[in-house]
Design a protein around this ligand. Structure first.
Ligand SMILES: [Zn+2]
Length: 76
């Protein structure tokens, strides 16, 4: 069985508290502004990170996902 890793960050809307999960390159590296889908306010993703983790995807021979698990936390 093959595996692949996905680095993701959790962000929280500072206005309404809605939580989002996005690719870390977009949040932690670029620090893009995001628009909240609930309250419509715009906020900086990097300044509102609550967690960053590495997800592990278990893949079959055809590259299809058979499972996902938490590999490790990336925040100190
Ligand atoms: Zn919001």
């Amino acid at each position: 069985m093959a595996e692949a890793l996905f680095d993701v960050s959790v962000t929280r809307c500072p206005r309404c508290g809605k939580l989002y999960v996005d690719a870390s390159w977009y949040v932690a590296e670029i620090g893009s502004d995001m628009g909240c889908g609930v309250c419509r306010s715009a906020f900086n993703s990097k300044r509102n990170i609550t967690d960053r983790v590495l997800l592990k995807f278990d893949l079959d021979e055809g590259g299809r996902v058979s499972g996902v698990s938490l590999s490790k936390s990336l925040l100190p």
